[in-house]
Design a protein around this ligand. Structure first.
Ligand code: ADP
Ligand code: MG
Length: 466
């Protein structure tokens, strides 16, 4: 029977592994208040958390990760059970540092664990991608309605179209428009407070406040917004507790004439939540974004190529616009690969034969089936000969990290999932890990031919199997 001290030592090593892989706010949210309780005779490691929401969330997203880390620490396969334990450890006990025996801790990379600070208030526009402005949003038939509605809201927040509900398929510009509102308002009405979050961040924030017993602070924060922008609202599906919080905030803001803009991958009626909630969405304006037509795709491509400093022969953009999928993110991904190819081969100008060669794997026969992260992972595992548990697990050797980053990059390019969702598919990693992988692979592919080749090959098989 392991002693309490031993159990605590094991758990603190597990947390070090997890901390190393998640960013600070996520770690703080989900792990700081966990406490090891016991190891049962039949090999279950029991962990206590402070409330049921945290329990469900950890179980959902992190139980695999935790088992893997436990196995790494103890060398035996233990199952994990999360239980609600109101006396769960105070943060001090867990963050006091490795005071265990030297032998226990010498392998921990404790110096790498980031200081546990909370997210400070960010400077007004740093919460927005500089590229997502109205100026850089190419207007076409498919998106002008949503774009004009968004601009109207930005010009007179809270006056028109409240709430504005933007919906549409993957990579069609929903996030771009929401953030464009944010840019516009912060620039033109500097005294107005704009909050942009994904519904996942909203959820995290709520849970944090619950745990810290600072729900009032949470309410205050969101209710002080003049413009509240919430992205990927479909993620609130079947999460009743959060839905209620969300609608309380929503009602309060609406009552006071504050602007609310939401984006979703589907119309309100297809979001699985109570009807009284759904009907609230319909009160303002619903604006959909359709897939862009050829002219719009061409205009977007031209602008993107320019922004990337990619010089092309005349017929190249027409060709890409013709064969591209409607997903603009994917189209931009193709241009990024063309740029990488040019760097690798020292070509100042992209010509048609070369471009054909580069994009043929990205847009094979037009396939409309959505690609899943599972397919991407499976093909990456096959190409690099790594197991699934390693790909999504916690090992950090280059032989595993690299395939993992490649799979994350492709998940970003080929699926519509948000960064947090992709992180979740890779063993519950944080969205910043996915962002890092994306930047890393984009850089590598213009430095090493092999990397671009592997991406091409993988894209090809993934598309064929989808
Ligand atoms: P969604 O949120 O609908 O999945 P995003 O807003 O993330 O899509 O857009 C995907 C990519 O396509 C982004 O890089 C965005 O800047 C670009 N994009 C989408 N629509 C346009 C447009 N009309 N003009 C220029 N770029 C666009
Ligand atoms: Mg989006």
């Amino acid at each position: 029977m392991p002693t309490a001290t031993e159990i605590t030592a094991v758990w603190s090593q597990v947390l070090d592994i997890v901390r190393d892989e998640l960013n600070t706010p996520s770690f703080k949210t989900w792990f700081e208040h966990t406490a090891p309780i016991e190891i049962t005779d039949d090999g279950v490691f029991v962990v206590g958390v402070q409330n049921d929401f945290a329990r469900a969330w950890l179980e959902d997203r992190y139980s695999q990760r935790l088992s893997a880390a436990l196995e790494q620490v103890t060398g035996v396969g233990l199952r994990v059970r999360i239980v609600v334990d109101r006396d769960a450890a105070s943060p001090d006990e867990l963050t006091a540092g490795p005071n265990g025996t030297a032998a226990d801790t010498q392998e921990q990379i404790s110096t790498r664990s980031a200081p546990l600070e909370t997210k400070g208030p960010s400077s007004p526009s740093s919460q927005f991608d500089p590229k997502y402005t109205f100026d850089l949003f190419v207007v076409g038939e498919s998106n002008s309605f949503a774009r004009n509605a968004a601009l109207a809201v930005a010009e007179q927040p809270g006056v028109k179209y409240n709430p504005l509900f933007i919906w549409g398929g993957p990579g069609l510009g929903k996030t771009h428009l929401l953030q464009a509102i944010g840019h516009y308002v912060t620039e033109n009405f500097p005294h107005k407070k704009v909050i942009f979050v994904t519904s996942e961040q909203f959820t995290d924030d709520f849970v944090n406040s619950l745990r810290a017993k600072k729900v009032d602070g949470f309410k205050q924060k969101y209710r002080s917004a003049d413009v509240l922008l919430i992205d990927d609202i479909q993620f609130l599906e079947s999460k009743e507790g959060i839905q209620e919080q969300f609608f309380n905030t929503f009602n309060e803001l609406q009552r006071r004439g504050k602007a609310i803009c939401l984006a979703s991958d589907r119309p309100p009626k297809d979001i699985d939540m109570e009807e009284r909630y759904q009907s609230r969405f319909a009160m303002g304006l619903n604006a959909d974004i359709q897939p862009p037509n050829f002219e719009t795709r061409l205009a977007i491509l031209r602008q993107f190529a320019e922004s990337q400093g990619i010089t092309v022969q005349q017929d190249v953009l027409t060709y890409v616009a013709e064969i591209a999928s409607p997903n603009i993110r994917e189209m931009e991904g193709a241009m990024i690969r063309i740029g990488a190819y040019m760097d690798l081969s020292n070509r100042p100008v992209a010509d048609l034969p070369m471009v054909r060669d580069v994009v043929k794997d990205i847009f094979p026969e037009r396939s409309t089936r959505p690609i899943s992260v599972a397919t991407i992972q499976r093909e990456a595992e096959r190409l690099f000969g790594v197991s699934h548990s390693d790909l999504i697990g916690s090992k950090r050797s280059q032989a595993i990290v690299y395939p993992r980053q490649i799979a994350m990059y492709l998940s970003r390019e080929l699926t519509d999932l948000s960064l947090p969702k992709i992180g979740a598919e890779f063993g519950g990693r944080d969205h910043t890990t996915v962002m890092h992988a994306q930047a890393k692979i984009q850089k590598l592919m213009s430095e090493q031919r092999e990397v671009l080749n592997q991406l091409q090959q993988l894209t090809n098989t993934i598309k064929q199997k989808s």
